[in-house]
Design a protein around this ligand. Structure first.
Ligand SMILES: *Cc1c(COP(=O)(O)O)cnc(C)c1O
Length: 398
């Protein structure tokens, strides 16, 4: 018997953009154990589970300090403040990124200065970054997007030559390394986001700051908890402690830390699964008419460890393809539909279309295909068949 409620719900998409139902089914006993410990501990906000996750992430990344906070965005804001950003300081940010990269600068009291991306690879272009520098620029903030680090050898050299502090928006970059050094640890510090769809995702919002710098860590630790040494429920000493800095409430929830600890065990296996799925897409999409570019790992002259967080391709007639995929039950995403310099919230910076042509072209041509450890291989076939049918008018594979 079909209930009226079931009839009201149309079937889900054939291939959802993201799903982790199978992961959670498999991890359920481990997650339940972790969550029971949180319930028994009774702290819930910045308690023992958060401290345990911070230690586990320090082991995984090699960071001297990991500071758990409530989102990747807040991690960026607190990192910039802890790294010494003063009101009005300028921060060079790529024009192609998630809006948080630039709004974090504004929230920290600074001013974003946009630069274009490199010809291949979507990272901040060192030459463009150098061209936009002003005497007020104090920070360079590369963003590591999709599958590899920005050009850190050249960006580090630029930062050194021009006396800039390097902070990394490594929100997407868990697992990515350069010559064995984890993303976020190539300059003053970096961040991680644990938004549910990220490579290591929570069941809500969470983030972390990574740094090897003791002073930055101490300040960020205080800023996440109203300028006081971070403590949890029941630690009455800190409620009466004076605040040296005006901070915010950006503590991490223990429930998120519990789920992240359970998922951290499988992170390397998840990354390997993502790589296998990316290779399957590569094989099926190579040479297809209408597909202009597949994910490309640019050689930076260093030992790179790519991580396929997003499988992003460039295509002709992107919006029509997206509509075609949607009609055929395949969900996709556009990362990112509008470049930052043309976002209404940054209009006062006075940019116009044409200012950063590579960022603008990327926004017009890119589409992200479903990529997550639970994705079955036949779903990759289904997605690629539908892309082929759009560009060639035939669904059959040769
Ligand atoms: C996800 C992301 C952020 C923000 O992280 P939240 O946890 O969603 O606040 C910042 N920058 C980039 C590049 C991201 O992908």
């Amino acid at each position: 018997m079909t209930s009226p409620a079931a009839a009201d719900h149309p079937p889900g998409p054939l291939v959802p953009f993201f799903s982790q139902a199978a992961t959670f089914a498999a991890l359920r006993p481990r997650i339940d154990r972790e969550l029971n410990e949180v319930l028994d501990d009774g702290k819930f906000s910045h308690g023992a589970k958060v401290a345990q996750l911070e230690r586990a992430l320090a082991d995984y990344t090699g960071a001297r300090h990991v500071i758990g906070v409530n989102s990747g965005t807040d991690a960026l804001v607190l990192l910039l403040r802890a790294a010494g950003l003063q009101p009005g300081d300028e921060v060079v940010v790529p024009a192609f990124s998630f809006v948080a990269s630039a709004s974090a600068v504004v929230l920290a009291g600074g001013r974003p200065v946009f630069a274009d991306i490199e010809p291949v690879g979507y990272g901040l272009d060192p030459a463009s970054a150098e061209r936009v520098l002003t005497p007020h620029c104090r920070f360079l903030m590369p963003v590591h997007l999709f599958c590899q680090l920005a050009d850190m050898p050249r960006l580090s050299a630029l930062a050194e030559r021009r006396g800039l502090r390097l902070v990394e928006d490594s929100a997407e970059a868990i697992g990515m390394r350069q010559d064995g050094v984890h993303a976020g640890l190539l300059g003053a510090g970096g961040v991680l986001s644990f938004f549910p769809t990220k490579t290591l995702g929570a069941i809500g919002d969470a983030g972390a700051i990574l740094t090897d710098d003791d002073a930055i860590a101490a300040t960020a630790d205080a800023l996440r908890h109203h300028g006081r040494p971070g403590r949890t429920i029941g630690d009455f000493r800190t409620i009466n402690t004076s605040s040296e800095l005006s901070g915010c409430n950006s503590k991490m929830d223990d429930i998120q830390a519990a789920v992240l600890l359970a998922k951290l065990d499988r992170l390397d296996a998840d990354i390997a699964r993502r790589a296998a799925l990316a290779a399957a897409y590569d094989e099926r999409l190579a040479g297809l008419p209408g597909v202009l570019r597949l994910p490309t790992v640019v050689d930076r002259g260093t030992a790179a460890a790519p991580v396929h967080y997003v499988y992003l391709i460039e295509v002709e007639r992107r919006d029509e393809l997206v509509a075609h995929l949607t009609r055929h039950g395949v969900e996709s995403e556009t990362y990112y539909p509008l470049p930052l310099h043309l976002q209404p919230c940054f209009a006062e910076l006075g940019h116009r279309p044409g200012d950063f042509p590579r960022a603008e072209a990327a926004c017009a041509r890119t589409v992200a295909l479903p990529l997550y450890p639970d994705l079955p291989l036949d779903a990759v076939d289904a997605v690629c068949d539908r892309i082929r049918s759009f560009f060639t008018g035939t669904g059959a594979r040769p």
